[in-house]
Write a protein that binds this ligand. Structure first.
Ligand SMILES: C[S@@+](CC[C@H](N)C(=O)[O-])C[C@H]1O[C@@H](n2cnc3c(N)ncnc32)[C@H](O)[C@@H]1O
Length: 251
């Protein structure tokens, strides 16, 4: 596996490139199954938040939904009645179709760039949601598109709606270079048992496609987009890389 690290700070918005690695879905699935990206803690915190803040019926848009593997177990027994999953990877959506079979809520899946969807260029343009979930998708976007993501998500949320933002985070003030060094180091040390060729392809994807921000930067973008209430960090794992933050739209 060749590795051509692109350590630049100026990524292009290229959803099909960001989604390409996920076409070999089983590699990502093995990472999720081993809980190396803390999905269990994140989705358990999502369920607690939803039960507390959205006790009635609600709609959910899941942007960069991947295989939606956590959706049924997380939202079973909640008021979710309509789910919309959006992803740029056809392979991921194929898996999602199976995962969502037999769900008690209506489930629609759309193959699209998440920003294109939020702008209303595909799918139901005027539709607003009670909850927008973006887990491990936004760190692929360049900074101006991340800002655009928050602006559009704010627009597409109903009043008192929640933006649930799960992602990888840099430390405040940390360079991308230093972040990559720490993240790849953590992977090599902690992701034991992963076949070497899967480690190599995952490292290549992270180095080329991951552009996470610090908590400070993400909160600033959300504030700029109109989220006036202070963000609520709902989960952070022991590595501090993997976090879940809730942003609430005012009434
Ligand atoms: C790391 S996976 C996360 C999947 C799932 N949300 C989770 O938490 O496990 C990232 C997903 O985002 C999708 N993706 C990346 N960039 C995207 C974009 N611009 N628009 C839509 N989907 C995107 C990828 O295809 C992939 O399925």
């Amino acid at each position: 596996m060749s590795t051509t690290p692109n350590r630049g700070h100026d990524p292009q918005h290229a959803p099909e490139e960001a989604a390409r690695w996920f076409n070999q879905w089983h590699v990502y699935r093995s990472i999720v199954d081993a809980d190396w990206m803390a999905h269990r803690g994140i989705f358990s915190a999502i369920r607690d938040w939803v039960l507390m803040r959205h006790p009635g019926p609600f709609t959910l848009a899941d942007l960069g939904c991947g295989d939606a593997g956590f959706i049924k177990p997380t939202f079973d027994g909640t008021g979710l009645w309509a789910y919309m999953g959006v992803d740029a990877s056809e392979a991921a959506l194929r898996e999602a179709r199976d995962q969502l079979a037999g769900a008690r809520f209506t489930a629609e899946l759309l193959e699209s760039d998440l920003l294109t969807f939020l702008r209303g260029d595909v799918g139901p343009a005027a539709q607003t949601f009670d909850i927008i979930l973006a887990s491990y998708a936004v760190h692929h976007l360049p900074a101006p598109e991340k800002q655009e993501f928050f602006r559009l998500a704010h627009e597409r949320l109903r009043s008192r709606g929640s933006l649930l933002f799960a992602d990888v985070f840099r430390r405040d003030g940390e360079s991308r270079e230093d972040y990559l060094g720490r993240y790849v180091g953590m992977m090599r040390q902690a992701w034991t048992g992963m076949p070497p060729e899967h480690v190599a392809s995952t490292v290549e994807h992270v180095v080329q496609r991951d552009f996470p921000e610090s908590g400070e930067t993400i909160s600033g973008m959300a504030r700029e987009a109109g989220f006036r209430e202070p963000p609520r960090e709902l989960f952070r794992d022991a590595t501090e890389f993997h976090r879940l933050v809730a942003f609430t739209k005012e009434a």
